[in-house]
Design a protein around this ligand. Structure first.
Ligand SMILES: *[C@@H]1O[C@H](CO)[C@@H](O)[C@H](O)[C@H]1NC(C)=O
Ligand SMILES: *[C@@H]1O[C@H](CO)[C@@H](O)[C@H](O)[C@H]1NC(C)=O
Ligand SMILES: *[C@@H]1O[C@H](CO)[C@@H](O)[C@H](O)[C@H]1NC(C)=O
Ligand SMILES: *[C@@H]1O[C@H](CO)[C@@H](O)[C@H](O)[C@H]1NC(C)=O
Ligand SMILES: *[C@@H]1O[C@H](CO)[C@@H](O)[C@H](O)[C@H]1NC(C)=O
Length: 949
């Protein structure tokens, strides 16, 4: 290459590299400086924001900073959400927040931030959620917030905000939720608020509001919750027009110094909750029947007179009716408690204490679910009413209890506590341990008074919104707080199919995002919720929090990586070039080839296939060629050009690994040959693909045969031989492979059958080939501590200690034996096969659960096989037989069988003829530690049936 051209090339390369670097985006500098200002005005004793001094907010994953996925037209990344929930932050909010001009969510909930709300927040036109509740903010509400026309949710509750409610809020035309409760806001509620045509929930309770209740509120076309308790609208009446709030679900005006009459609310179809207690309301109670949805009617502590209207009868959802401390007269209608059809778990409290009620119309026989309080009424001294006394003593209400969840009996081994694992309470898999997400949650304004009847509905609502299974949610506890608000602790468990027993980071982020963006579908019955905390403990604590969510698309990461690689390559090319020029003069055409060189190792005995060959063999990986799907990836049936039929395992993105590691593993696998192992034919390592090519097993998996998918059944002898074959294959892996290979994932679907129904163990070594990825997608450095396996086959001791031994494979194989014996699945309908068989065995019912499809069998053989299988599944690894013991015992059982075919008696005779029982009763511990067993003693005669090519 001529010299000028060479320089030209380098220059171009450099330009490319710079261009790519520019394409690897950074955050808008004005937003970076705004975030720095925000941080510097906060006190951060727990150092949650420590990393805010390093790197770029969007690219370096600053905690709590979430960015848009794509670069804006201006060429920068922009901050989309700021989630600084519950971080023990104090100090104040910087006006620089207003410079985060594309922010959608601003969340500082549950910290101790003080000072005023910066009016500059009103500049963030794109803001949708403004969440500052649970701080110590003071000062008044800035008028400028009225400019936030895209705002849907404004939560400032539980602060020390004073001053009036700005009229400008009327411009918040997209606002659905206005929560300003528990502050010191004063003055009149501006009638202009009725312009907020989308407003659903208006929570202004526990403030110093005064003046009259604006009748204009009734013009709000969608209002569902109006909660104004504990304000002082001295002498104001409840406008009669409130009866027109047709979408209302909850009306709570407790302790507001209201006077006048109760308006007719009977036209409000879905009204569930009415609390007008502790006012000075007078006159009679409107007689029209309230909505059938009513759960709570509290009119106590007023000056109401007249009689109890019949409209309170026959309300099927009613939980609480309180008319106490009024001056009601006349008789008490028994229809209040008669003929009520409750929903399950329902209860009703009828409190009529301290009135002037003198008689009972009907029978005084409330059912047990109705609590009736009549104390302080003349009727209590009416000697004509039998049994009245018990209703006239003052009672305190018992606490609500969670319905007892099936307290499972999982005593055998406890969950590893170091990672905050615990049993999933109502898991479909018995005693499934997993690490839950812990969520502090509170219903801010529920429309029920008594929760148990609604727990089911609530759990269904939450889990379906989160796209989880019902069993994944557990309400750990709940309690009522003033408001009344319902606080609860939720735990969300990963699904039982999750072999890590904890959520991956993507899933944590998904769930967290649904909570923190209020993406739940609206429910007026449960009302608005508060997120009190979203605690990441155990496996979530270290890995997830610091990097929560980059918010950066893969594309950008790829661009960054490409740019970095291009730079590194070009710089090293330049340096190489300079060095070569200097040392070797004009040999300038070198290095290119060197750079693009590919590792290519010749591996004995296996064939390296090209990607094209693989594609041809599988008809371009057509789905009709797909025969299975494993942890490693999809499995295809392929026909090679020489007509050989093979099974091709194609690694999925997550299972890909470094080329060198891949080839090292292939080398290891290529040396493993045994008649009971599926043999590796070749591999493909091209075009970013990694594939393993195995001999094809025409008779499919043992699982298919046990489950009857095959339409033919295995008789007992065949089952024994398959068990023996599998055990021998695994024994070979444990003792002959160097280093020993622990299979880690033995299960009926990993035992394949060839054309002669010889068992061949598949997928060995794949646990090494497919290291589990951790949250960041990086290969973890502690593979051994990650529990891998299939639920139902998993050694409990391995789960507990994370220590993998040969006995873990013994356990899993024992489960396969139990499947062979009973035809059951390891886990079905929540029943664990080990426990089921143990129970049957102990109660002498063993033969009742033996698979009837296996035909006749000698009962002493079955008994021995059951004993072996159950010992293999002992919780204590020490009490399990070794794989060698297993092989020996199976051979001895086979010899007891009437017709043992020649093939097996041959191989059997190659072992010592000592029977299993005399050689080592497991209990009396004459052990065969693998170190004392020389491989050649054991195996040499049996292997290799497939000689290395
Ligand atoms: C407000 O929301 C609308 C609809 O989502 C959107 O098109 C518009 O860009 C938003 N306004 C601002 C200033 O972000
Ligand atoms: C009211 O009851 C009806 C019928 O039972 C039900 O469909 C509706 O969802 C309920 N509304 C509320 C707000 O609970
Ligand atoms: C009724 O008034 C008395 C006395 O003021 C009070 O102790 C009691 O708690 C009130 N009852 C109810 C149900 O509010
Ligand atoms: C309750 O039901 C019974 C039988 O259906 C009926 O005779 C009685 O009148 C009902 N009581 C009330 C208070 O409605
Ligand atoms: C009363 O409550 C118990 C326990 O929740 C329930 O089993 C029973 O069915 C309820 N009775 C009525 C009439 O609802």
């Amino acid at each position: 290459m001529p010299k000028p051209m060479m320089y030209g090339c380098i220059f171009t390369f450099y330009c490319c590299c710079l261009a790519l670097l520019a394409a690897a985006q950074v955050t808008d500098p004005s937003e970076v400086s705004a975030l720095r200002d925000v941080r510097s005005s906060l006190d951060d004793p727990m150092k949650h924001l420590q990393n805010w001094s390093r790197g770029d907010p969007c690219v370096s994953n600053w905690p709590g900073v979430f960015c848009y996925d794509t670069v804006d037209l201006d060429g920068y990344l922009h901050v989309r959400d700021l989630h600084l929930l519950n971080m023990n932050l104090s100090g104040s909010l910087s006006p620089a927040l207003g410079k985060l001009t594309l922010l959608q969510i601003l969340d500082f909930m549950w910290n101790q931030i003080s000072g005023e709300i910066p009016k500059e927040i009103g500049n963030i036109a794109s803001l949708k959620l403004l969440l500052l509740n649970g701080n110590s903010l003071s000062g008044s509400l800035p008028d400028e917030l009225g400019n936030l026309s895209n705002l849907t949710r404004l939560q400032f509750d539980e602060n020390n905000i004073s001053g009036p409610l700005p009229k400008s809020f009327a411009n918040l035309s997209n606002l659905r939720h206005l929560h300003l409760n528990n502050n010191s806001i004063s003055g009149q509620i501006p009638p202009e608020l009725s312009n907020m045509s989308r407003l659903l929930h208006l929570l202004l309770d526990n403030n110093n509001l005064s003046g009259s209740l604006p009748r204009e509120i009734s013009y709000l076309p969608k209002l569902a919750i109006l909660q104004l308790d504990n304000n002082n609208f001295d002498g104001s009446e409840i406008p009669a027009t409130y009866g027109n709030l047709s979408t209302l679900s909850k009306l709570s005006l407790r302790n507001c110094s209201l006077v006048g009459q109760i308006p007719d609310l009977s036209r409000i179809q879905n009204l569930s909750y009415v609390d007008l207690s502790r006012n000075r309301l007078s006159g009679p109670i409107p007689s029209n029947k309230l909505s059938e949805n009513a759960t709570t009617i509290n009119l106590s502590n007023n000056n109401l007179n007249g009689s109890i209207p019949s409209g309170f009868s026959d309300l099927p959802s009613l939980q609480k009716l309180s008319l106490a401390n009024n001056t009601l007269t006349g008789s008490i209608p028994a229809s209040l408690w008669q003929n009520i059809t409750f929903i399950p778990n329902a209860k009703l409290t009828v409190d009529l204490q301290n009135n002037l009620l003198s008689t009972i119309a009907g029978q005084l026989n409330p059912p047990e679910n109705v609590t009736l309080r009549l104390g302080g009424n003349p009727v209590c001294s009416n000697a004509n009413v039998p049994n009245i006394a018990q209703f006239c003593i003052s009672q305190t209400q018992g606490d609500e209890q969670l319905p007892n969840s099936t307290n499972s009996t999982c005593p055998v081994y406890s969950c590893p506590t170091d990672n905050n694992y615990e049993y999933v309470p109502v898991s479909p898999v018995p005693c499934f341990c997993a690490a839950p997400l812990r969520i502090g949650y509170r219903l801010k304004s529920p429309s029920v008074s008594y929760f148990p009847p609604y727990i089911d509905l609530f759990e269904t609502y939450l889990t379906s919104s989160l796209k989880l299974e019902r069993y994944q949610l557990s309400i750990d506890s709940f309690s009522w707080e003033v408001g009344p608000r319902l606080r609860m602790y939720l735990k969300i468990f990963p699904p039982v199919s999750n072999q890590l027993h904890y959520f991956n980071a993507t899933e944590v982020q998904r769930i967290r995002r649904i909570y923190t963006s209020w993406d739940f579908p609206r429910t007026d019955l449960f009302g608005p919720y508060e997120l009190l905390n979203f605690t990441l403990l155990g496996p979530y604590s270290s890995s997830v929090l610091p990097t929560q969510n980059s918010g950066i698309s893969k594309g950008i990461i790829v661009a960054i990586v490409l740019a970095a690689v291009a730079c590194a390559v070009s710089i090293s090319a330049l340096i190489t070039f300079l060095i070569i020029r200097r040392s070797k003069g004009n040999q300038n055409s070198l290095s290119r080839k060197h750079l693009s060189s590919k590792i290519s190792i010749k591996i004995e005995g296996v064939k390296a296939f090209t990607f094209r060959q693989m594609a041809q063999a599988t008809n371009n990986f057509n789905s009709s060629s797909k025969v299975g799907q494993g942890g490693y990836g999809k499995v295809y049936k392929g026909i090679l050009s020489d007509h050989a039929v093979v099974a091709i395992k194609r690694a999925e993105e997550g299972s890909l690994q470094g080329q060198r590691e891949f080839l090292t593993e292939i080398k290891l696998l290529s040396r493993l040959h045994h008649r009971n192992l599926v043999s590796l034919v070749g591999y493909c390592d091209e075009e970013g693909e990694q594939m393993l090519v195995y001999e094809f097993m025409p008779n499919g998996t043992l699982r298919d045969w046990i489950s009857g998918k095959t339409k033919e059944y295995l008789n007992f002898g065949m089952r024994l031989r398959i068990a023996l074959g599998a055990a021998k294959g695994i024994l070979y892996l444990h003792t002959e492979a160097n280093p020993p290979v622990y299979h880690r994932d033995i299960k009926a679907s990993n035992i394949l059958l060839d054309s002669k129904l010889t068992a061949k163990v598949a997928d060995f070594g794949l646990s090494r080939l497919a290291p589990l990825l951790d949250e960041e997608g990086a290969v973890p450095h502690h593979v051994s501590t990650i529990v891998k396996g299939t639920p139902g086959y998993l050694d409990p001791e391995y789960f507990l200690t994370h220590k993998l031994t040969d006995k873990s494979d013994v356990y899993s194989l024992g489960v396969v034996f139990l499947e062979l014996l009973t035809g059951m699945q390891p886990i079905s309908h929540g029943k664990n096969i080990v426990r089921e068989v143990n129970m049957a065995n102990q109660s002498g019912m063993m033969f009742s659960i033996i698979d009837s499809k296996m035909g006749s069998y000698p009962s002493e053989c079955i008994e021995k096989f059951v004993t072996l299988a159950l010992m293999s599944c002992d919780d204590k690894p020490d009490r399990r037989p070794s794989m060698l013991d297993v092989v020996r015992e199976l051979e001895s059982i086979l010899r007891m069988m009437p017709e043992t075919d020649a093939l097996f008696s041959d191989t059997a005779s190659m072992y010592s003829s000592k029977s299993f029982a005399e050689s080592s009763s497991y209990a009396s511990r004459e052990r065969y530690p693998s170190s004392t067993v020389s491989g050649s003693d054991l195996i040499s005669g049996v292997v290799p049936t497939i000689s290395p090519r």
